[in-house]
Design a protein around this ligand. Structure first.
Ligand SMILES: Nc1ncnc2c1ncn2[C@@H]1O[C@H](COP(=O)(O)OP(=O)(O)OP(=O)(O)O)[C@@H](O)[C@H]1O
Ligand SMILES: [Mg+2]
Length: 260
């Protein structure tokens, strides 16, 4: 791969949004957690990442964001070579990636609208966005549009700690949308939601993936969710990628194999 002066890759095909090559990560006292992991995610894909507890899924995602340092290997994310970025470049890359976790991490005592506006803090670079009444009108309007996309404009003024789990997760997604992301990483985003709401939130992700062309990488322990909402499946076991292919070619039985 050839790199230009800013560490960007010149010869990565445009359609590849995330490329991981021969990634290894071990922790002291734990040994290898990721072993020779390679995968690629293309523009507009919805990819499910599955695997048993401790198989390395979250560690892989953390390495991609450089929240932890891999031992070796290469990660090209949105055409940036992640390990070569300095702090401002890394902040800039992270600002283009919306993260959604099982725990939504909303600020409880603040309004829904303010929480969504927080998604723009990095872009706006100003604490004026800290509360919705000090944020510029255009930022407030954009936050309302993001809330409309997740179906919750009527809750803009509610306090975040008054929301149900499903509503909270939708607000977290609206906050991620406020980043105007190029890529969404969702690590078990519906694990704490009931089956009906869990499906609704997954359907929301897929609608955003299709309509907003948002590339999506999500972790799920629900094999129906993994099969139904993804274009492609990547399966991990013992820190290795053991399955990678078009979702419609797999059955639940195939997927269960990786948990043995
Ligand atoms: N900071 C750390 N120090 C030591 N070991 C760690 C650390 N982070 C993760 N691990 C270990 O790495 C392994 C993989 O963890 P990881 O969280 O990536 O698994 P996972 O596939 O996301 O599992 P789950 O489905 O339970 O979320 C686990 O055995 C975990 O204990
Ligand atoms: Mg995990």
């Amino acid at each position: 791969m050839s790199l230009n002066e800013t560490g960007s890759v010149d010869d990565t095909p445009e359609e590849i949004r995330l490329s991981v090559s021969s990634l290894n990560k071990s922790f002291k006292g734990r040994g290898a957690v990721l072993s020779d992991v390679s995968m690629q995610i293309r523009c507009g894909e919805a990819v499910a990442l599955i695997g048993g507890n401790g198989s390395g899924k979250s560690t892989l995602l953390r390495c991609c964001m450089r929240l932890i340092e891999p031992d070796n290997g290469e990660i090209i994310f949105l055409r940036q070579n992640v390990s070569s970025l300095n702090k401002p470049q890394l902040r800039s890359l992270r600002s283009r990636i919306g993260l959604v976790f099982q725990k939504h991490n909303l600020v409880p005592r603040l309004s829904v609208l303010t929480n969504v506006i927080h998604g723009a803090v990095w872009r706006e670079g100003s604490m004026r966005t800290y509360r919705h009444y000090t944020a510029p009108d255009r930022v407030r309007r954009e936050a309302m549009i993001c809330l409309e996309k997740v179906g919750l404009p009527h809750l803009a003024e509610s306090r975040a700690d008054c929301l149900s789990g499903g509503e909270s997760q939708r607000v977290a997604i609206a906050r991620a949308l406020m980043q105007r992301p190029d890529f969404i990483i969702a690590d078990e985003p519906v694990a704490s939601l009931d089956p009906k709401v869990g499906r609704e939130v997954m359907e929301l992700f897929i609608r955003l993936n299709r309509e907003e062309k948002l590339t999506l990488l999500y972790v799920s322990h629900d094999l129906d969710h993994a099969l139904d909402y993804s274009d492609r499946l990547i399966g991990m076991s013992g820190g290795r990628v053991v399955l990678d292919g078009v979702s419609r070619k797999f059955s639940k039985g195939d997927l269960n194999e990786i948990y043995r």
